[in-house]
Design a protein around this ligand. Structure first.
Ligand SMILES: NC(=O)c1ccc[n+]([C@@H]2O[C@H](COP(=O)([O-])OP(=O)(O)OC[C@H]3O[C@@H](n4cnc5c(N)ncnc54)[C@H](OP(=O)(O)O)[C@@H]3O)[C@@H](O)[C@H]2O)c1
Length: 378
């Protein structure tokens, strides 16, 4: 039997897959987009190569990873009947990590997050019907808390149906949590809500550059329209992935919902930008909070141009609401249960930013070695 993991080619999902394989001896059924198993295996290798060399990956592929080439937005993931049945009957728990993070697209969030999650829930219900499901873990986001200002939000006070959401992403992820709870009433459920996931505290390499670009953009500015002592809740991906894998595998986690965040230990803008400036051997910015509105206008107009500054500005525009809400997410539950805290961003940010700038925000993927065939098919 295996854990059905979605989103294993993504930034967090690949970290979770590596942790489950390396540290928990788990077997995985992975849903990966691709026209066939071979293409899906290559995409999985791209995602996971930050964590292991090819021989180890290949060994796992032969013994503990079963690839189901499919898409969340297709009925029964687009699998043929035999493969779908095999998925039902070999899945004993689910970690649903895949999502569309496209905050600008209602359509993409509707299709991937809502229709896709419903499809994963149908699979879970079928597996539960035939042989019982040990656990369903849903990777959500702190953004489900909606519009906030100057708060420390606890898990139980996060969802408020009378509150407006920032964007389609937050709105659809909020409803995903609701669907999970409503449609799996007799399955143990764990909801994970990461905050801003940025970088691995163990090494500078990354395959995901969106937030890094936004931060490099910020670091390039001499004046910032933020209040210097506002906090920003950033968490390292290795902490997030370890928490998801460990709590999913635990027989009885204490709670059904966890913020995977830095909480009250979150750093202030001044602390973060001082570290970023030091990494670039520049002076830190001055803070001019009264310019928040004009800054947003400049970002909006820069975002419509071309070039890397424009790309940074476009990302900035999307993340801006999350940067000015001065809200952090209480992490007492997860830190007590894991017995440790996330690593402060300022301790590892310089490596991450240097790597990202030096590589021009691209990851140089190692190819699939010519001599090896594709992976274990569904
Ligand atoms: N990154 C953050 O700061 C952050 C913060 C809070 C919560 N989260 C949550 O963490 C989870 C993972 O995020 P991430 O940052 O790792 O995102 P990511 O790197 O964009 O990965 C998204 C994953 O979802 C998969 N996916 C998207 N559409 C799909 C579809 N139609 N069918 C099958 N798979 C599909 C992607 O597959 P492809 O490789 O085929 O595109 C990829 O594996 C999400 O649930 C997100 O809401 C992230």
């Amino acid at each position: 039997m295996a854990i059905f993991l979605t989103g294993s080619t993504g930034y967090i999902g690949a970290h979770v897959a590596a942790s489950l394989l390396d540290s928990h001896g788990a077997s995985l059924n992975v849903l990966v987009r691709g026209k066939d198993t071979q293409e899906a295996a290559l995409r999985l290798w791209n995602g996971i190569q930050l964590h292991m060399d090819f021989p180890r990956f290949y060994e796992y592929l032969q013994t503990r990873i079963r690839i189901f080439p499919g898409d969340l937005t297709s009925p029964q993931f687009g699998l043929n009947r035999d493969d779908y049945d095999r998925l039902i009957h070999t899945t004993d728990s689910v970690i649903h990590c895949a999502a569309s993070l496209n905050r600008k697209s209602e359509k993409s969030c509707l299709n991937v997050n809502l229709r896709g999650t419903l499809e994963v829930l149908q699979l879970a219900r079928r597996s539960h019907y035939y042989h019982g499901l040990r656990r369903f873990s849903n990777v959500s986001t702190v953004a489900v808390a909606g519009k906030r200002s100057n708060e420390v939000v606890t898990e139980d006070r996060s969802i408020d149906w009378n509150r407006s959401d920032y964007d389609p992403y937050a709105r659809t992820k909020k409803f995903c949590e609701h669907m999970v709870r409503e449609l799996l009433p007799d399955v143990p459920i764990t909801i994970f809500r990461p905050s801003i996931v940025l970088g691995d505290s163990r090494f500078p390499e990354t395959t995901q550059f969106d937030m890094v670009r936004a931060f490099v953009f910020l670091a390039s500015l001499k004046a910032l329209p933020f209040r210097p002592n506002d906090k920003i809740d950033i968490v390292n991906v290795d902490f997030v992935a370890d928490a998801i894998a460990t709590l999913h595998q635990k027989a009885e986690p204490k709670y059904d919902t966890y913020h995977l965040s830095s909480g009250r230990d979150s750093q202030t803008f001044r602390e973060v930008t001082t570290a970023l400036a030091a990494a670039q051997q520049k002076r830190g910015p001055v803070f001019l909070p009264v310019f928040e509105k004009p800054f947003s206008s400049v970002v909006n107009s820069l975002a419509n141009r071309s070039g890397s500054l424009a790309h940074g500005a476009a990302l900035m525009k999307v993340f801006m609401p999350y940067l000015v809400w001065n809200t952090v997410f209480d992490n007492t539950r997860v830190t007590a249960e894991l017995g440790r805290k996330p690593v402060p961003f300022s301790q590892y940010s310089s490596g991450l930013l240097n790597f990202s700038r030096d590589s021009n925000f691209t990851y140089n993927y190692k190819p699939w070695p010519a001599a090896s065939a594709g992976g274990s098919a569904a």
